[in-house]
Ligand binder design. Structure first.
Ligand code: NAP
Length: 352
């Protein structure tokens, strides 16, 4: 048994020389190197932007979506949607642990991977037969591989698996929001306003809870219609709520500044799962403020050139899905906010 590269480069089939995330194809064989971990896969969670793109491209036709996902996994040896560049994550049971694996996992443990499916070798053996193609979560079987430099979380006993998977998928967002608010000087934090776009969604609602936890002065939830506004209001997670299409820059900026007494937000968090939110988020942010682009549908050129073109002096952060302690932090927010949990449960469709 050989020792693989800690970052998984030995699993790259093509093109040569890139890391697994940038690869067109990975080697998905079940034989593991002595620093790898093999997982028996039980459920995949497709990232929201990827699922929405597939749903739109196949006009909501479940069997066609299922066939497209299966084809992607079989061709690429990983679940990596080339249109959105995003993947998701999975849960499963630890099957084999190489003697040099530093991850501290043991066979039989039920875990969620906290690294993207876009870099996780994956082979499916049931043809996704138990999935109707109509939800982000896919009950399935097969195997996946973790490298030495990967992260995984043992599933908590007190949360249903589907819920834990949905929380872990977006757990980078609340940790990043908390860190961003806490980084403001204390004088600025005392009046810090946080606007969350896509606030009734999974990452959005967790971001609202994190902004409160970091003691932001005002937390604004932006949703796209009155029905979502009513759902969000019932949770009490937002101090204020505005309704706007996040892809309409002028309408969004007006809605946010109206809701924040004429000021732009100090922190704007983009948790919408559709493209085209960059300019509205920049316009809705006050001078010296920060935009957190958590959405995978974000375009780097649109954000960078849009900010320049608007002469907007804003800091822009790419939502790195990893922040130390992110999984435990998201679970703690979930435990402390029963309405947050209810909102998540309502969003999780049955994938069987
Ligand atoms: P989600 O639960 O589906 O939430 C997205 C929300 O955006 C929904 O409430 C949706 O409303 C709303 N929305 C859609 N179009 C809108 C519009 N035009 N204006 C205003 N609101 C709109 O998604 P999620 O799981 O939180 O994921 C959000 C984003 O984060 C996705 O792009 C996902 O790919 C990304 N993500 C990033 C990472 C990372 O590491 N950075 C990790 C995981 C996910 P409806 O429900 O009415 O459609």
């Amino acid at each position: 048994m050989s020792t693989g590269s800690p970052v998984g480069s030995h699993r790259v089939v093509s093109p040569a020389g890139v890391l697994p995330q940038a690869a067109d194809q990975l080697d998905d064989t079940p034989d593991t190197a002595e620093n790898e971990v093999r997982i028996r896969v039980e459920r995949l969670n497709l990232d929201a932007a990827s699922y929405r793109q597939l749903h739109t491209a196949h006009s909501g036709d479940g069997p066609a979506i299922r066939a497209a996902v299966l084809d992607l996994i079989e061709r690429r040896g990983k679940m990596h949607n080339p249109e959105t560049g995003s993947g998701g994550m999975l849960i499963g049971t630890v099957d084999a642990v190489g003697e040099r694996s530093p991850l501290g996992l043991e066979p039989g443990q039920k875990i969620a991977t906290l690294v993207s499916l876009t870099l996780t070798p994956l082979r499916i053996d049931d043809g996704l037969a138990r999935w109707d193609g109509l939800s982000e979560q896919i009950p399935t079987s097969g195997h996946a591989v973790l490298f030495a430099r990967s992260i995984a979380a043992v599933l908590p006993d007190d949360l249903p698996e589907e819920l834990a998977l949905a929380v872990f998928d977006v757990c980078g967002a609340p940790a990043l929001v908390r860190r961003t608010v806490l980084r403001k000087t204390s004088a600025r934090r005392a009046r810090c306003t946080v606007a969350v776009l896509g606030a009734a969604g999974k990452s959005g609602s967790l971001s609202l809870a994190a902004a409160h936890d970091a003691r932001a002065a005002t937390v604004l939830g932006v949703v796209r219609d009155d029905a979502e506004a009513a759902r969000l209001k019932a949770t009490g997670l937002a101090d204020r709520i505005a309704v706007a299409d996040a892809t309409d820059p002028l309408a969004l900026a007006e809605a946010v500044t109206d809701a924040l007494d004429g000021r732009g937000a100090d922190v704007t968090v983009v948790c919408v799962d559709v493209p085209g939110c960059e300019h509205g988020a920049i316009l809705a942010t006050g001078t010296g403020g920060t935009v957190v682009f958590f959405s995978m549908a974000t375009s780097f050129p649109a954000a960078a050139l849009g900010a320049e073109g608007l002469a907007a002096d804003v800091e822009m952060l790419i939502g790195n899905g990893y922040v130390p302690g992110h999984a435990d932090y998201a679970l703690s927010l979930m435990a402390a906010n029963p309405p947050l949990r209810e909102l998540f449960e309502a969003r999780i469709g049955g994938g069987e």
